[in-house]
Structures are given as structure tokens and as C-alpha cells.
Design a binder for this molecule. Structure first.
Ligand code: SF4
Ligand code: SF4
Length: 401
């Protein structure tokens, strides 16, 4: 199915992109009304040279929104369909051949995801195919010491227009430009990779490697209605009223860290980047938002543990975990059971699901798919103790960020 993209070569000419490749543009956008959004999109792309700096006639373009699961646009879990519509229109006006694709967390109900997120209607109205990443053959890549298989829909595109939602994330603290590329891995392989790279540091390295292996991209982040708190699917929608754009997804996420007051060293896929030569000078354009407070997930604080030597953390590693707890409003749909890559959850004849705690790798896949939002990720007693110590010594935690 990857041949839905015609094999006409077209490369972005870097010199057409204005300013340094790591520049990040912001534009205020107070809602998803098509006129407001269209004007904001023009403003955010203008400092980068506009859409035509990235696209030429005949370019094969993959539009990659965040379609995590079957939630309506107002839940702020998925990229808003009106942003996808406006992007499609600009790409088509520039002569691109456009495909929209993603790999939702719960792939067996993909039609429901397309319908509920509003993506099916937009793609039908704009006349572009809406595909699952699983629809194309896979290519196995090795990058930065990680091996993974990605959909040829992504790999064969001349340009990926990456459209993440700006959200907090219980495993990676932030999910935006870089993490959105994880969706180029087909669903069943995503869960396998969660299993083999369970620790946040390893998972962060994997996410970084996947992003680096991708073709040229333009990221436009949807921060109009973002998600804070227990993201990526059970947090609280929060109007931040901005779009952000960059040719460099790492630069964009570092800029979001600045805006949202997140320490990038707490984001596993950004660790160490902010001090490298490419990212020390952070070029910003446009209407940089002023966000006074952005709530992070309650259960990601490991600051005190970070102060301990590695050998000690390894010794007590088994005591450090984050695991799901199931609320009584569970509707017994079984989605968490299917989503768990290590089969750590089972449904019982009655009541909430039961967890095999030691088997759990803390990947948050169950949390992402629960339609009733009754799964919370809870820290182990030693992590709770760490928090008490942090508070006693007035050290900041993620809760305070
Ligand atoms: S129980 Fe949930 S958090 Fe634990 S491994 Fe399974 S899906 Fe991941
Ligand atoms: S916890 Fe959520 S996903 Fe799991 S069975 Fe209950 S409602 Fe379904």
C-alpha cells in the first residue's frame, strides 16, 4: 500500500528554509475556528519561509497527526482535525501528493479512531487517503544502537509534516514533536519495543533514534488546546492558545520545554541535548507564549533518586516502579488487557482487572487506551518516600513544575 505515494523523487532544498534549521516559530491562536487557525498557520510558517519552502509540485508528503485513541477533538488527546485540514489545503495548493496516516494505540478499532477524532470526515472532505501505518510494508533500521521496524509510508515520503498535540506524558513527561514519530512504528511492534526498552532512559534513546531515522520533516505542534496533568490520555485539556513550528523536532521540543517550564533533563528523549552546540543558541520567531503554569503528571518525579549513584539505583531498582491502579468505574471493556505488551493484566469474572505487579514494565499503554479514564499510574513506596524527602528539604519535584 506504500505505493499509494507515487514514486516521483522530490527533495526539499534546505536553502529555501529561512533562518537556521533549528529555529522555532510561534503564533498565537485562540481557537479552532477555521479563519483564526488559517491566519495563525500562515503566521507560524512565515518565519520558516512558508509551506512552499518545504514542498514542491509532486512531493510525496505524509501528514502524521497524533491519533492516539478514539477520543473527540475537545478531549485534547489527538491533533485537532481543523489543523489537519488547513495543512492539507496548503500542501495541495503547493502541488504535493498527500497521505494522512498514523498507528493508533488500539489498532483493532482503527475505524472508530478515525471517526471519533474527526479525521475521517476531514480526509474525506479534502479528498486525501487516511491510512494506518500497518497498511504499508515495513523496513527494519538500526540507528544509535537501536533496531526497529518502521512503516514505508513514513520512510518513502519526501517530507513528513508532523502534527503533534502538546501534552504531558506519564512516561516521558512531555510528548510533542519527537515522540509523535513513535507512531511510525506499527502498533503491535510498538508494544514489543516498550517491553524491550522498558526503562525511561532506554525508551527515550529509542524515541530519539526513531526520530533521527526519519526523512526531512516539518513539525507544526497543536498547542491551541493542550493537555496537562496525567497525559497523554487522562490529563486535563488546557487552552495554551499557540501553534509552534520548526524544521527540527528536537529544537521544537526544547523550545516547548522553555515555554512550559519543563527541565529538558527530565524528558528522557531530550537528556543532554540542550548543551550540545546545535541547541545552545535557541532561535525563536513570532509570538512566543507566556505559560505561567503547566501541570505535569503526578508520577514522574525521580529527582532525589537521580542524586544517588548508579550502583545504588541498580541495587534498589526492583523497588522503583510505576504501576497502574484500576478505579471502580471500570467498564470492563478489556482494552487494557489487550494493550499490555507483557500480559500483566487479566479480567476477573467481577470487579476491576487484576495486575501481575512484578510483570508490569510501567509502559503506560493500559493508561493510554482506557476509555473510562479509571487507570492511574501509581508510584512504589520507595518513590513516595523519595517525594517526602524532596518536600522535607524543599527540593522541587515534577509536581511543582
Ligand atoms: S500493566 Fe500497564 S503499565 Fe504495566 S506493562 Fe502492562 S500496559 Fe504497561
Ligand atoms: S480499566 Fe479501563 S481499559 Fe481496563 S477494562 Fe476497565 S475500563 Fe477497560
Amino acid at each position: 500500500m506504500d505505493n499509494l505515494l507515487p514514486a516521483k523523487p522530490c527533495r526539499v532544498v534546505d536553502s529555501q528554509v529561512h533562518g537556521p534549521p533549528t529555529g522555532v516559530a510561534f503564533a498565537r491562536c485562540n481557537g479552532y475556528d477555521s479563519g483564526v487557525l488559517s491566519a495563525a498557520l500562515d503566521r507560524v510558517l512565515a518565519p520558516l519561509g512558508g509551506m512552499t519552502a518545504f514542498v514542491r509540485s509532486g512531493c510525496r508528503v505524509l501528514v502524521k497527526p497524533n491519533l492516539l485513541t478514539d477520543r473527540p477533538p475537545e478531549a485534547a488527546v489527538t491533533t485537532h482535525p481543523e489543523l489537519v485540514r488547513q495543512v492539507i489545503r496548503r500542501l495541495k495548493a503547493a502541488g504535493a501528493v498527500v497521505v494522512v496516516a498514523d498507528s493508533p494505540a488500539f489498532v483493532t478499532q482503527v475505524e472508530q479512531v478515525w471517526r471519533v477524532t474527526g479525521m475521517q470526515a476531514v480526509c474525506a472532505e479534502e479528498g486525501v487517503p487516511l491510512l494506518c501505518m500497518e497498511a504499508a510494508p515495513l523496513t527494519t533500521l538500526s540507528h544509535d544502537g537501536y533496531t526497529f521496524s518502521v512503516s514505508n509510508l513514513a520512510l518513502n515520503a519526501d517530507l513528513i509534516v508532523n502534527l503533534p498535540k502538546v501534552k504531558s506524558h506519564s512516561l516521558t513527561v512531555l510528548t510533542a514533536a519527537v515522540k509523535n514519530f513513535y507512531g511510525v512504528i506499527p502498533g503491535h511492534l510498538k508494544t514489543e519495543l516498550h517491553k524491550t526498552h522498558a526503562r525511561p532512559e532506554r525508551f527515550g534513546g529509542l524515541v530519539r533514534a526513531i526520530c533521527r531515522a526519519m526523512p526531512t520533516s516539518l513539525t507544526i505542534a497543536d498547542g491551541v488546546l493542550a493537555m496537562e496533568g496525567d497525559g497523554p490520555s487522562s490529563g486535563t485539556p488546557v487552552p495554551l492558545n499557540f501553534l509552534a513550528a520548526s524544521a527540527d523536532p528536537f529544537a521544537l521540543d526544547l523550545a516547548l520545554c522553555d515555554v512550559l517550564r519543563i527541565d529538558p533533563e527530565q524528558v528522557p528523549y531530550l537528556v543532554g541535548l540542550s548543551h550540545t552546540p546545535d541547541y545552545t543558541a535557541r532561535v525563536r520567531y513570532g509570538e512566543c507564549p507566556d505559560v505561567a503554569r503547566f501541570r505535569l503528571p503526578r508520577n514522574t518525579s525521580r529527582l532525589v533518586l537521580n542524586l544517588l549513584p548508579d550502583w545504588l539505583v541498580r541495587r534498589i531498582g526492583k523497588l522503583i516502579w510505576f504501576r497502574p491502579a484500576f478505579g471502580s468505574a471500570c467498564v470492563r471493556c478489556g482494552k487494557c488487557v489487550t494493550a499490555c505488551p507483557v500480559h500483566a493484566i487479566a479480567l476477573r469474572p467481577r470487579g476491576v482487572p487484576i495486575l501481575n505487579g512484578p510483570a508490569c514494565i510501567g509502559c503506560c499503554c493500559c493508561h493510554e487506551v482506557c476509555p473510562a479514564h479509571v487507570i492511574t499510574i501509581r508510584p512504589s513506596p520507595i518513590v513516595r518516600l523519595e517525594r517526602r524527602v524532596a518536600r522535607a528539604f524543599a527540593m522541587p519535584t515534577q509536581d511543582d513544575a
